[in-house]
Design a protein around this ligand. Structure first.
Ligand SMILES: C[S@@+](CC[C@H](N)C(=O)[O-])C[C@H]1O[C@@H](n2cnc3c(N)ncnc32)[C@H](O)[C@@H]1O
Length: 209
């Protein structure tokens, strides 16, 4: 498997470390909309061992189903510190580790499912990260993603391409990712793609290893 681009990966980590103190505030308004989407995502998860990639500040923790064992990873130590605090406040026993999804420390077939919400817009090499997920989730295991992607509308798509470098530098995520294609390119089998918001910019993607 290819090695991650360490310069880009360090830059992504630095961006999220910088954003960590204001992330929850930035997401306050959109979160009202995301809440029902997060519920959908977690209703599709199959345990017992579940990997959450890019836990951020722990916004998914209230939606974690009971009776599953969650392991959460994130590249940013400062996002993770907030996630740890949230887990403690909620009295949740979950494992949190600082780790890059592009090169995970877990043995093959460790998990029954993997989940990521708004993460593959930020991972420097999304196909590499998705291949790693395919490695650590057992054959037949489910991968559930909630992502914003490049618009299918040609004009809007080109505008997103144009704005992307600035948005990524200021805020972290890339706004022109072709995540459905990336899931296929990583060798996962797509079960379902649902346009859930903003005329297909927000997608729920369900795949199997
Ligand atoms: C937009 S935030 C989303 C956080 C959370 N999933 C949510 O729904 O609010 C993206 C998160 O992905 C993490 N991330 C980016 N690249 C990563 C990588 N290569 N490996 C692990 N986490 C990564 C960032 O540090 C950040 O916490």
């Amino acid at each position: 498997m290819a090695d991650p681009d360490m310069r880009e990966t360090r830059a992504t980590q630095a961006r999220y470390n910088r954003i960590a103190p204001v992330y929850d505030l930035m997401e306050l308004l959109p979160e009202r909309r995301y809440s029902s989407w997060r519920q959908r995502v977690w209703s599709l998860v199959e345990g017992p061992q579940v990997l959450e990639v890019g836990v951020g500040t722990g916004k998914n923790f209230p939606y974690h189903p009971p009776n599953v064992q969650i392991t959460g990873i994130d590249l940013s130590d400062r996002m993770l510190a907030r996630a740890r605090r949230r887990a403690e406040q909620m009295g949740r026993a979950l494992t949190l580790r600082q780790m890059d999804v592009q090169a995970m420390d877990f043995p093959d077939n460790t998990f029954d499912s993997a989940v990521a919400t708004f993460v593959f817009c930020s991972v420097p090499d999304p196909v590499l990260g998705l291949r790693e997920i395919a490695r650590v989730v057992r054959p037949g295991g489910r991968v559930v993603l909630l992502e914003h992607v490049r618009a299918e509308n040609a004009l809007l798509g080109r505008l997103m391409d144009w704005l992307d470098p600035l948005v990524a530098r200021l805020m972290g995520p890339h706004i022109n990712r072709r995540t459905v294609d990336n899931v296929r390119r990583a060798g996962l089998t797509i079960e379902q793609v649902e346009d859930i918001g903003a005329r297909g910019i927000f997608k729920l993607i369900v795949a199997r290893v």
